[in-house]
Design a protein around this ligand. Structure first.
Ligand code: SF4
Length: 122
């Protein structure tokens, strides 16, 4: 059997997690103070995913860039590809907070690029 160690990022406490496995089979998860920690460790072991926030250029606004985020995490090994795709976006004011700027990024269901603030026209 082998162990993997993680730090839970589901809340600010940051519980140290230990996942015991035999090959691909998870045997035990410990160190978590709640079920979210166990879920996080299992996700990290089987299908690690990440999300990010960034900005994209906007035209027709008093601001040069619009803050955006991914609405759902992407597989960790595709995060660079996702960032490159997001940084190719160009948007036009006005934009409303929550507006979807791109759907199903990289063909991944629900991985939408969403505006995190409203920006009106200049
Ligand atoms: S296991 Fe629960 S209490 Fe611990 S960091 Fe994760 S979410 Fe927070």
């Amino acid at each position: 059997m082998s162990t993997e160690n993680y730090v839970c990022i589901a809340c600010p406490i940051g519980c140290p997690l230990e996942l015991v496995h035999e090959g691909d089979q998870i045997v035990d998860v410990s160190g978590n103070k709640c079920v979210r920690g166990a879920k996080y460790a299992r996700q990290e072991f089987t299908d690690p995913r990440r999300t990010f926030s960034t900005t994209v250029p906007i035209e027709g606004s008093n601001w040069a860039r619009l803050p955006v985020k991914l609405a759902a995490p992407v597989p960790k090994d595709r995060i660079l590809e996702a960032a490159q795709a997001v940084h190719q976006l160009r948007v036009q004011a006005p934009i409303r907070m929550g507006e979807v700027l791109a759907r199903d990024l990289l063909g991944l269901d629900g991985v939408n690029v969403v505006a995190t603030r409203s920006l009106g026209r200049a």
